[in-house]
Design a protein around this ligand. Structure first.
Ligand code: ARG
Length: 395
């Protein structure tokens, strides 16, 4: 019996060509696994395309809820932004795809899995490190890294083998999209000085000119309602992508450090991700004790790095996520956001677990705060630097 391989199949040019190329070059039977992580597209079309390209079976997995609840939510709890800017859109979908690949391989008794990533990017790292963490016995095939095709070669190969593809030679962008946002690379953007062409944007086209407001309700760090209407987390994300996007909010233009040692210019659209991180951290400002908040902010960078570097399935990432989840016990309440063209900002926050104490904060009236205590506290607080200053011969 022929060996079997499960290929992470997007329906795009490279993975369509990969179906045929793997069967020709390895003699394996190819099972195409297509996963819905909220990228849009018609999965019936994708299914037919995989078969037309030569797949013996197609497995379509709807992972939207799993992705939102088990991958996006822990990342939101951490307010994770790689290099302080990027909400980890692609980095975050790879582990859920990896999980699907490994499960599908088991289901079909396959000995190998395959992905369509190039040798210059982060995604190959995330796939392969993730696969080895979940099942080190699987053989990993990375056709795009070894076949040496240019984009034009791939198009020619597809035509020669009657593989139906939607790609044309004109649009030179590499796009990856899911619930948490959209990443666009290549083309004119490879010059970091050049402004991204307007046609790269899809989620953040400003159509609204008015000012409006929305209230997001969180329960233990999880967004559970919009303007008082309860809904599943996936739906919150979908709705906010549309709403914030219609104000042109959520664009990121950055130069980032890839794991493989290359700096690259990246353009992202992540309206819901940026708006939710903004609102969530605002509620934390109200409800987290100071030391917890400060430590959490430091670990947020670390967890973002681990996720970016393909270490979702690792003991440190899992341990840090446990900490993040613990920190969310009192992150319950509402955040009011104002929306204006190109801008979303916080105008109010409230929580029954708020640590904000009006009696302590106000300057308006006499209270129990003993002002005389402050004097001694400040004197001792400054004692060290005062001694140091005198030793240096200062006044
Ligand atoms: N640079 C981003 C990351 O490493 C985006 C990668 C996007 N992938 C793609 N195939 N266009 O997470």
């Amino acid at each position: 019996m022929a060996k079997r391989v499960v290929l992470a199949y997007s329906g795009g040019l490279d993975t369509s060509v990969a179906v045929k190329w793997i069967s020709e070059n390895y003699g394996y039977e190819v099972i195409a696994m297509a996963m819905d992580v909220g990228q849009g597209g018609d999965f019936e079309v994708i299914r037919h395309r995989a078969i037309a390209a030569g797949a013996v079976a197609v497995e379509v997995i709807d992972a939207r809820a799993d992705f939102a609840e088990n991958f996006v939510l822990p990342t939101l709890h951490a307010n994770a932004l790689y290099e302080g800017k990027y909400p980890l859109v692609s980095s975050l979908s790879r582990p859920v795809i990896v999980k699907g690949l490994v499960e599908t391989a088991k289901k079909y008794d396959a000995e190998a899995v395959a992905h369509g990533c190039t040798g210059k990017g982060n995604d190959q790292v995330r796939f392969e490190v993730g696969i080895r963490a979940l099942n080190p016995n699987l053989e990993i095939i990375a056709p795009v890294r070894s076949w040496g095709f240019s984009r034009a070669d791939s198009i020619d190969y597809a035509q020669a083998h009657s593989i139906p593809i939607a790609a044309s030679k004109e649009k030179p962008y590499s796009i990856d999209q899911n619930l948490w946002g959209r990443a666009v690379e290549c083309g004119e953007m490879e010059d970091p000085w050049a402004e991204p062409p307007h046609d790269v944007y899809e989620m953040t086209i400003p159509t609204r000119q008015d000012r409006s407001e929305i209230t997001i309700t969180f329960n233990e760090g999880k967004p559970v309602a919009l303007d008082g209407i309860a809904m599943p987390f996936v739906e919150v994300i979908d709705k906010l992508n549309v709403l914030f996007g219609s104000y042109g909010y959520g664009r990121i233009d950055m130069v980032e450090n890839r794991r493989v040692g290359i700096k690259s210019r990246e353009v992202y659209e992540a309206p819901a991700a940026l708006g939710l991180i903004l609102a969530h951290s605002e509620l934390e400002d109200l409800t987290l004790e100071r030391d917890l908040a400060h430590e959490k902010a430091k670990l947020s960078h670390r967890i973002a790095e681990l996720i970016y570097d393909g270490l979702w399935f690792s003991p440190l990432r899992e341990g840090l996520s446990e900490f993040m989840s613990y920190s969310q016990r009192y992150v319950t309440g509402d955040v009011r956001l104002a929306l204006e063209p190109n801008r979303v900002y916080v105008v109010g926050r409230r929580s029954s677990y708020s640590l904000y104490d009006y009696e302590l904060a106000t300057y308006e009236k006499e209270d129990q705060f003993r002002h005389s205590d402050a004097e001694g506290f400040v004197r001792i607080w400054g004692l060290g630097v005062e001694t140091w200053s005198k030793r240096q011969g200062r006044k």
